[in-house]
Design a protein around this ligand. Structure first.
Ligand code: GAF
Length: 386
């Protein structure tokens, strides 16, 4: 559905012309499971986006429709549900609830949500809905908030209303992405630096088409294991408040003092933080060989130490090795399925896509989806399409 079609559809449903807001999904080049440890990530926004069309209503209702997602929803703005319903609408409602809690005024509105970010693929479809909804809801009262604040409140909505204990990465990149660039984000200070992706390099995202059920519970277990690591390290060094504060030296000193599982988790996070900063330097100096090595190490660490990969992701990562134009690749996002991200020379991207699909299908019997992407701009207002 293009923008004029979205606007026409909205007009047919609600009888008025909407304004439209867009927020993208993301791929993370490196820095996985580091955001909730106050560490470093290096994601980029991609062209898949969620669009929210909105217009005011004269009453105090919030009416939410979508073509792709099931169910039509209607809420009383002055009596919003306090609990999630377990449907996609929670992402919009969570944002509305957090905005209210923070004292922002909300106006009655009709919303039409159009999502193009593949769902459950680890490309951050939830952050895209949240961010586009926040921009849309705020626009009706003329409230302008800095984009990093919008990212923070969307993350809060996901943590407190939706109930997923995610870090800040996805919402932040959906807000702040820049075409042609990845960015190195310090998830503690929220300082960031854009890192240009060298010309002639495509981001080839390979969807394994699986999402294993353990994903959510395992994410929460990993978080708890990291918290246990922090508790133990803080006993030995009082300056440790998050795994971000643990140096490689401190990690090594205590390699025998930690329970083996906790040591593996901490080891991944501490070294992944280092890899991510090294990767930003490698990318900005165009050293794709080194970047490729760091991405491979990251994948192995996620597979062996953090244990969030799965057979399909490993097959997809291995299938990329040796293909013409391939510079580096790894799983991206939370894990247990979803996608891999690959840096591939532009001229080889189409052949790469065909060959990796074939290899993956031969090993798993599953037909993957492969998307040839570039880094795109973050969230924006698209005005009132005619
Ligand atoms: C998911 C979460 F939403 C992010 O915050 C991040 O923790 C990621 O998994 C793992 O790096 O996408």
């Amino acid at each position: 559905m293009n923008l004029p079609e979205l606007a026409q559809h909205f007009e047919k449903l609600f009888g008025s012309r909407p304004r439209v807001y867009r927020a993208p999904g993301r791929v993370n080049l490196i820095g996985e499971h580091t955001d909730y440890n106050d560490g470093f990530v290096m994601p980029a926004a991609v062209a898949f986006s969620t669009y929210v069309a909105i217009a005011a209503r004269p009453d105090r209702k919030l009416v939410i429709h979508s073509e792709e997602f099931p169910g039509n929803f209607e809420f009383d703005l002055d009596n919003l549900p306090q609990r999630r319903s377990g449907t996609w609408c929670d992402y919009v409602l969570g944002v509305a609830t957090v905005l209210r809690q923070r004292g922002h005024k909300l106006a009655g509105a009709n919303l039409l949500v159009h999502g193009e970010v593949p769902i459950g693929a680890g490309l951050s479809s939830s952050a895209a809905i949240e961010v586009a909804s926040a921009l849309a809801l705020l626009s009706l009262t003329g409230t302008q908030l800095p984009l990093p604040d919008i990212a923070k409140l969307c993350r809060e909505a996901e943590n407190t209303f939706v109930g997923a204990r995610v870090g800040i990465m996805d919402q932040f990149v959906s807000c702040m992405g820049k075409a042609g660039h990845a960015f190195l984000l310090d998830c503690r200070s929220l300082e960031f630096k854009f890192v240009p992706i060298p010309p002639g390099i495509s981001l080839v995202v390979c969807n394994t088409m699986v999402k294993h059920d353990v994903a959510t519970s395992a994410y929460n277990t990993r978080r708890a294991e990291c918290e246990e690591g922090v508790r133990l390290f803080a006993q030995w060094d009082s300056s440790v408040h998050a795994l971000r504060d643990v140096s490689v030296d401190l990690l090594e000193q205590h390699s025998r003092d930690l329970p083996p599982t906790i040591w593996k988790r901490c080891s991944h996070v501490v070294r992944e933080n280092q890899r991510t900063q090294d990767a930003a330097r490698a990318l900005s100096s165009g050293d794709l060989k080194h970047l490729g090595e760091l991405m491979r190490d990251s994948h192995h660490s996620l597979r062996d130490l953090y244990e969030v990969s799965c057979r399909e992701l490993d097959v997809m990562v291995e299938a990329a090795e040796g293909l013409p134009g391939f510079c580096g690749g790894r799983m991206t996002g939370g894990g247990f399925g979803g996608c891999t991200v690959n840096l591939v020379r532009e001229g080889s991207a189409t052949d790469f896509a065909a060959q990796i699909s074939e290899r993956y299908q031969q090993s798993t019997g599953i037909i993957p989806h492969v998307y040839i992407c570039s880094a795109e701009d973050g969230a924006q207002a698209l005005g009132q399409p005619s």
